[in-house]
Design a protein around this ligand. Structure first.
Ligand code: HEC
Ligand code: HEC
Ligand code: HEC
Length: 335
């Protein structure tokens, strides 16, 4: 007797498979215990699927620039505060608790060479479902992800001493901050880390509150600020504000847009707010690269920025500055 394949039989067969699968899931016999790990074949299959997915999506879901080699301190510090617990770091084994997960996080010094920069960017930005590998918590900060890719590329061959030199805090108070910001609050010469020393105390405090609440986007500082109590924030703001650094005096470099704004574009004078006695932060003495980067963050990377709701006055102001003026303004204001 032969059984002819008809549409009806095909559908009934599929329904039977689905019902069997549901029945199996309902029975509770499917082993979800992490303690038993995956079978080798399951492990291979899932990892292969993940790698294919990263390859495919990374070809169209990443910005043009995916790698920044120029600022390792903040990326290394963020790796230490957010990634090393699972992945381990040079000279630091991963937490045994995290390694008891299925799948355990790989030693990145051994695996990053399997991926292109574009794939690393995509994995770090979007994370990996069902594995514990988290997405980047600040979606609007591709600059941070780029710096992390630059750091990950250096991991193979990075010694424990190199890693310690990048991440260790100098002796003194606020060790949670000074690994990146330096004991003198001057940001260890890094162009992406602002000078906190001599900044207005009230601004430092409101920046910390904004990072902790997620109002100001940035995975690195959100990671540093999220566990702080109000008392700790106040103490940190006072500490850095009282160190010698930024100059809240008058501006040495006259610049037409900084002084008078651009009335035709409804751009106000920068110095009408960024002045002694006002709430806006001190810019004089700050790193020009940092000021320019902040202005570009407010503008956003997407083409249609005006469709998004402005979150604060500086976002509106930053979008009115002509792109060609940004670096010059940042340079003049930082003098
Ligand atoms: C809760 C644990 C956990 C944390 C925290 C974590 N990861 Fe992962 N990560 C994983 C796991 C598990 C995988 C393996 C995913 C897989 O095999 O499909 C992974 C994979 C990766 C990969 C792909 C490399 C490979 O061999 O598969 C990169 C790159 C990576 N993580 C970077 C990071 C970075 C950077 C951070 C910090 C911002 C981070 N991870 C934080 C668990 C974690
Ligand atoms: C892992 C590196 C790292 C650590 C640790 C860190 N910071 Fe930061 N901090 C940064 C970077 C990078 C920025 C620039 C803002 C951004 O990129 O989002 C920043 C910005 C800030 C700002 C905003 C200043 C401005 O001019 O806008 C404040 C305030 C601040 N940090 C305070 C702290 C305090 C207090 C601590 C300790 C609890 C701390 N940071 C720990 C890297 C770090
Ligand atoms: C209406 C008042 C106002 C005007 C006008 C203004 N700013 Fe601001 N600016 C602020 C405030 C308030 C902040 C703090 C925003 C925050 O809390 O993150 C700020 C922050 C900044 C920062 C970030 C500093 C840091 O350390 O993070 C830069 C850069 C900046 N302004 C540049 C400019 C420039 C350039 C102009 C002129 C084109 C300008 N601002 C005009 C109020 C103003």
């Amino acid at each position: 007797m032969t059984i002819r394949l008809t549409w009806k039989r095909l559908v009934l067969g599929l329904v039977a498979v689905v019902l069997f699968g549901m029945g199996f899931a309902w029975s509770g016999l499917f082993p979800i215990a992490a303690s038993s790990g995956h079978w080798a074949i399951t492990d291979w299959f899932l990892h292969w699927t993940m790698q294919n997915s990263a390859r495919t999506y990374s070809t169209f879901q990443t910005p043009k620039e995916v790698h920044d080699n120029g600022a390792l301190v903040s990326a290394a510090g963020h790796f230490r505060q957010s990634c090393a617990v699972c992945h381990g770091a040079p000279g630091t084994p991963p937490s045994p608790v995290m390694q008891a997960a299925t799948p355990p996080a790989p030693d990145l010094a051994k695996t990053v060479d399997d991926y292109s920069d574009r794939e690393l960017f995509w994995i770090v930005r979007h994370g990996v479902k069902y594995t514990g590998m988290p997405a980047w918590p600040a979606g609007e900060r591709p600059d941070e992800v780029r710096r992390m890719v630059g750091f990950l590329r250096r991991l193979p061959g990075m010694s424990a001493e190199d890693y310690r030199a990048l991440t260790a805090a100098p002796p003194g108070p606020l060790a949670r901050c000074t690994g990146c910001h330096g004991g003198d609050g001057k940001g260890r010469g890094q162009t992406d880390i602002p000078i906190l020393a001599g900044q207005k105390e009230q601004f430092l405090l409101s920046a910390l509150r904004d990072f902790a609440s997620g109002k100001r986007q940035g995975a690195v500082m959100q990671g540093a600020a999220s566990g702080m109590t109000e008392t700790e924030m106040r103490a940190a703001a006072r500490y850095f504000a009282n160190l010698p650094g930024l100059r809240s005096g008058s501006f040495a470099a006259p610049h037409p847009t900084a002084d008078r704004g651009l009335p035709g574009k409804q751009l106000p004078s920068c110095l009408s707010c960024h002045a002694p006695g006002k709430a806006a932060p001190v810019l004089s003495g700050q790193r020009p690269e940092y000021l320019a980067a902040r202005l570009r963050q407010w503008r956003g990377e997407e083409a249609v920025i005006d469709a998004r709701k402005p979150r604060d006055p500086m976002a509106v102001i930053a979008r009115r500055i002509p792109e060609a003026e940004i670096d010059g303004l940042a340079e003049a204001l930082s003098r």
